[in-house]
Design a protein around this ligand. Structure first.
Ligand code: GAL
Length: 669
């Protein structure tokens, strides 16, 4: 792995001069405008394949050379993309195998992007050749700082080549069909396979109801993507292994296990498009904070914000403008969570194509005196004022477990709330309960290398699957003095999605001091309560698990139904630590109450030690506290001590006002 350590915060974004080659006067203006906006980095060539290789094997870098030279002379660093996100028409025409087949096994036509067969040897070879040519041409250029591999990898291909590769993947994993049949539980519905050739990719037209197979399919697709990225990485680093590589990840993404993909790159970056102004900016900020934390945690390293919009997007049903202050607030929120950049899509709006009305730093009017341009300029200026934050790191002593494979396993599960177990939402609500308290949080998964020893709190909601012996890690964590919070429907299946035999949560009943016997699903109109020992009554919806043989201390009991009086919230001492168990789904407010009690037993420090109004969030990066106002109204902040606002240099003491969408970066004076 190459260490990626930018010298300054990167500010800039996707630059598509290839759309403007017939407009030299526009290209001329771009550099001056970039300098005015304090742009110091651009992503170049993301979708340039058709111009770089107009004919098979004939590469033309002349147009890009001119751009690269101009940018370099202007001190603007280049994040050079490999163009594998969209292929030229000639390639699709000559080699149809590069086109994906959909899950009905129908071959797609040329068009769109991000829709290639990642298994196709022709596609891999053509991309490798293109990337190698790029590396030979630019690999030693001082202006090139980082490689941007492809763009937003995603989606599955179901072509015959992929089907064959899937079978090879399974042979490698299971060795024999007997082993596969046993792990896929094919005795159910007469699914037994007697020849490898009988196995096809899962499809809504065929096999879509074997959960173990679905898991293997997603693992296979992840591996195809990981090896594709690794192939591209090796190609671009073949000339100069010192330029790091990244891929741009997305939020809410389900197709691949991102923790596995990140192993192929040097630095994690992601594209963030929150729906600010859609009704509840605190909720939007909470979910964005979760993704920032996830991206930072993947490599336990600072990450890059690769894309964000300077104003509106164009692909949502309602493309609202960013309100005044929001571009600064959202940009610096990423910095608070460990970003080394604020990069945007896109520098300039094109005249045509699908994204001509997507927000950009420069609009069709070409002006720099617009509201959006000024917002961008202000963020660039601010980033220049906070260089000391670049080397400051977010140190979290709490983590939330979020595991892609567990999500896959839960996604379509035909159990209590069929297809609606809400895993990601539950993880995010737990994360939010800590984020609102100003506690820094990492996000970890169940890979073998996951190490919990640095944490004092581990929150592991809805951990339906235990893989790689994760239950042992949780047990040891508590034994050694950690605080664990688990929930209902945990420790039910193993890594192949076969249920454990015996009491649940598998391997942790002694740690929790109970066993989970049944889980009740409530109809949407129904509710129950969890009555806490101090009399507080929490509302419970959707899921209620019924524990038995409880030796743990009972903190809350069900209020209604045939399980009224049975424990719903418990805590149990085990070794030197404490294991909390929450049996039911609570509202966010009630979850906050529970989290308050759980955190009260730990040594976790909040970023700000006086109470903050709702919607004002404190996040810590090194010695710096970012106070962010997502509440939609001006807020008064109480300070205990004297702080220095490192953006404007002023002293803050006793109280201060934070405007709507305001943000302050403070250091104890
Ligand atoms: C991203 C993509 C960009 C652009 C942007 C628009 O997902 O990587 O190329 O399409 O969305 O918001």
């Amino acid at each position: 792995m190459v260490k990626y350590e930018p010298e300054v915060f990167l500010h800039g974004g996707d630059y598509n001069p290839d759309q403007w080659l017939d407009y030299p006067e526009i290209l001329e203006k771009d550099i001056a405008l970039m300098q005015q906006a304090h742009v110091n980095a651009v992503s170049l060539g993301i979708f340039s394949w058709a111009l770089l290789e107009k004919e098979e094997g004939v590469y033309d870098f002349s147009w890009m050379d001119r751009i690269v030279e101009r940018l370099t002379e202007a001190g603007i660093g280049i994040i050079l993309a490999t163009p594998s996100g969209a292929r030229p028409a000639w390639l699709a025409q000559k080699y149809p195998e590069v086109l994906r087949c959909n899950e009905r096994f129908v071959r797609q036509h040329f068009g769109r992007r991000h829709n290639h067969c990642l298994t196709s040897p022709v596609y891999r070879e053509k991309v490798r050749a293109m990337d190698t040519a790029l590396a030979q041409h630019y690999g030693r250029h001082t202006g090139v700082k980082l490689w941007h591999i492809g763009n937003e990898f995603g989606g599955y291909c179901y072509c015959p080549l992929c089907a064959d590769a899937f079978r090879e993947f399974l042979k490698e994993k299971y060795g024999t069909l007997d082993a596969l049949n046993a792990r896929w539980w094919t005795g159910f519905w007469s699914q037994r396979y007697t020849a490898w050739a009988q196995i096809e990719p899962p499809s809504s037209e065929g096999q879509d109801s074997n959960p173990s197979m679905m898991l293997d399919w997603r693992r296979f697709e992840t591996e195809q993507c990981r090896s594709f990225i690794a192939m591209e990485r090796d190609a671009v680093q073949s000339v100069n292994p010192d330029i790091p590589v990244t891929i741009n990840l997305m939020e809410g993404f389900l197709d691949y296990d991102y923790f596995a993909l990140q192993e192929a790159v040097d630095v994690v970056s992601w594209d963030s498009y929150p729906e600010w102004g859609s009704g509840d900016d605190v909720a939007t900020a909470a979910s964005t904070a979760f993704y920032h934390d996830l991206m930072r945690s993947m490599k336990s390293q600072p990450f890059l914000l690769m894309e964000s919009t300077p104003s509106q997007v164009n692909w949502k049903p309602h493309n609202k403008l960013k309100r005044p202050g929001m571009h600064m607030l959202a940009s610096l929120q990423s910095v608070a969570h460990g970003s080394q950049s604020v990069l945007m899509f896109q520098w300039r709006k094109g005249r045509g194509g699908a994204e001509a009305f997507h927000g950009a730093v420069v609009s069709h009017d070409g002006r720099s005196d617009t509201r959006v341009f000024r917002d961008v300029e202000a963020v660039g200026e601010t980033l220049q004022k906070i260089p000391e934050i670049l080397s400051a790191t977010v140190k979290a002593r709490a983590c939330v477990i979020y595991d892609y494979e567990n999500r896959w396993a839960l996604e379509g599960v035909e159990a209590a709330q069929k297809g609606h177990m809400q895993y990601l939402e539950t993880v995010m609500s737990m994360h939010r309960a800590l984020w609102e308290k100003g506690v820094s949080v990492d996000v970890r998964d169940m890979r073998e290398e996951t190490d919990l020893s640095d944490y004092s709190l581990v929150v592991a909601p809805l951990l339906f699957m235990f893989r790689n012996g994760f239950e042992d890690k949780l047990r040891v964590f508590v034994e050694k003095g950690g605080t664990l919070l688990m929930t209902y429907f945990s420790g039910i299946v193993d890594g192949d999605r076969l249920t454990f035999l015996g009491d649940a949560p598998h391997g942790l009943t002694e740690v929790l001091g109970l066993r989970a016997e049944e889980i009740d699903a409530l109809y949407p109109q129904d509710q129950n309560t969890c009555v806490l020992s101090d009399g507080t009554c929490c509302t419970v919806r959707e899921l209620c698990e019924i524990p038995r043989d409880v030796t743990a201390q009972v903190i809350g009991r069900y209020g209604n139904d045939f399980y009224a009086g049975l424990p719903c919230l418990t805590v149990h001492s085990y070794g030197k630590g404490r294991a909390w168990y929450l049996g039911a789904k609570l509202s966010q407010t009630d979850l906050m109450r529970v989290m308050e009690r759980v955190c009260g037993e730990t040594d976790l420090a909040a970023a700000w030690n006086t109470p903050l109004p709702y919607g004002v969030i404190a996040s810590r990066r090194g010695d710096y506290v970012f106070l962010q106002n997502f509440s939609g109204r001006e807020q008064k902040i109480e300070c205990s001590g004297t702080f220095r606002d490192i953006v404007n240099g002023q002293c803050v003491t006793d109280t201060c006002m934070l405007p709507v969408n305001g943000i302050m970066i403070l250091k104890k004076a």
